[in-house]
Design a protein around this ligand. Structure first.
Ligand code: PMP
Length: 391
């Protein structure tokens, strides 16, 4: 019995780029002291107060089916947070709660793309993007950015492939590059979306992790509110990755359609998880700042470790929990460097090539281990890179 084309080719059929990661995990399981700078997850766990709220909600009986679009309280809290952060009037009717940002990415593409439609995304990209687009039957087409532009997308590159496309997916602050899109970049993107009548899907799951510059949601730009779907999540802002709670924010008619999708797929998010998320949002900025603080510190540690040499150069580390490091001075590919570093120093990083063509010759480090180990890892990484440079 054959499986559908859609599921068989969801990942595009090639390597998923996670070979170094799996090798590191095997070494660790075998007892090797591997330092893992690979995965985008906090080294702290969900705040005990949030877990307390979750426990109380469950004990109070919120364990049955919850409202499919999300509880009224959580939708209203998310809307209030977005309105406060962006100034764009937003109500519960603009919000649908989803099981994490990933489900929101899928739902957003499902809402705007038909079978065979072209859906654009920016390269380098978060690993699931092309598969998510294939998952709704659309055709993923990358827009390649350049290291020389610090991976800020150029309007001309989007324009060149936008004819006939349905949507454009962007992500700022960006995984994997750690770059925050500038006002000029976002204005240029908005112009292309209007010129080619594209939906803009804006993945803003790292919106609380900004170290340099300002996070701008493109939904705030003139005439973009009706064509922008914002993807958000509690995963990164509140260290709630395992709780699976996120949202789509968009025009009311889109949200109404998405509720039909949720009814026929996820049937919503558990009520006690939503109550915990409502509680967490109610704690406001201080809790978000507490969760983001370790990455701000490690960003400074990254810059310090790279100081005084130019073999390993950082792409501007402006946001999110990653630093993209340019190792082209070693003459190695990102993949060769990551593999050799793992063998020589037992430090696991992600090759830039796992995130698309544009980040070749780079490696991504996730700033997700404790400060001392992180500093040690970066110092050894730089020293290793120096040994790889020819005479
Ligand atoms: N978008 C980006 C850019 C991400 O890095 C991630 C998680 N690593 C997600 C979306 C999805 O996160 P979640 O489903 O946990 O909200």
């Amino acid at each position: 019995m054959e499986l559908s084309h859609r599921i068989t080719y969801l990942t595009g059929g090639g390597s998923d780029g996670w070979d170094v990661f799996y090798r590191a995990r095997q070494m660790k399981a075998a007892g090797d002291p591997v330092l893992e700078l690979t995965i985008g997850e906090h080294d702290i766990r969900t705040h005990p107060d949030i877990l307390g709220a979750m426990h109380r909600a469950a004990m109070d009986g919120h364990t049955g089916y919850a409202m499919v679009p999300g509880t009224g309280a959580l939708r209203a809290s998310v809307a209030a947070r977005i309105a406060a952060r962006t100034g764009v009037p937003t109500t519960a009717a603009n919000i649908m709660i989803t099981p994490g940002g990933q489900a929101a990415l899928f739902a957003s593409h499902h809402a705007v793309c038909d079978e065979g439609d072209t859906a654009l995304y920016i390269d380098p990209y978060y690993a699931t993007y092309p598969g998510t687009i294939r998952g709704v039957g659309a055709v993923p087409v990358p827009v390649v950015t350049r290291a020389a532009d610090h991976f800020q997308p150029q309007a001309s590159a989007i324009d060149a492939v936008a004819k006939g496309a349905k949507s454009l997916l962007i992500n700022t602050p960006n995984n994997p590059t750690g770059v925050v899109y500038s006002h000029d970049t976002l204005t240029a993107i908005a112009d292309v979306c209007q010129a080619h009548d594209l939906w803009l899907i804006s993945d803003e799951v790292y919106d609380t992790q900004v170290w340099d510059g300002t996070h701008i949601s493109p939904r705030t730009l003139p005439d973009m509110g009706d064509r922008t779907l914002v993807v958000g999540s509690m995963s990164k802002s509140h260290a709630m990755t395992g709780s699976r709670v996120g949202w789509v924010c968009g025009p009311e008619h889109v949200i109404e359609s998405l509720i039909n999708l949720a009814t026929h797929t996820t049937y919503g998010v558990p009520g006690y998880i939503q109550d915990a998320a409502t509680y967490a949002l109610g704690r406001g900025d201080p809790l978000e700042a507490e969760v983001a603080a370790p990455f701000a510190r490690r960003r400074a540690l990254t810059l310090r470790a790279l100081d005084g040499q130019n073999i390993v150069r950082a792409v501007p580390v402006q946001g999110a929990m990653y630093a993209m490091l340019d190792i082209r001075a070693t003459g190695m590919t990102g993949e060769a460097f990551s593999n050799a570093l793992l063998d020589a120093e037992m430090i696991a990083t992600m090759p830039g090539e796992s995130f698309g063509k544009a980040a070749a010759g780079h490696i991504r480090v996730a700033m997700t281990i404790n400060d001392d180990d992180y500093t040690d890892a970066l110092t050894r990484l730089v020293n290793f890179a120096k040994t790889q440079v020819g005479p």
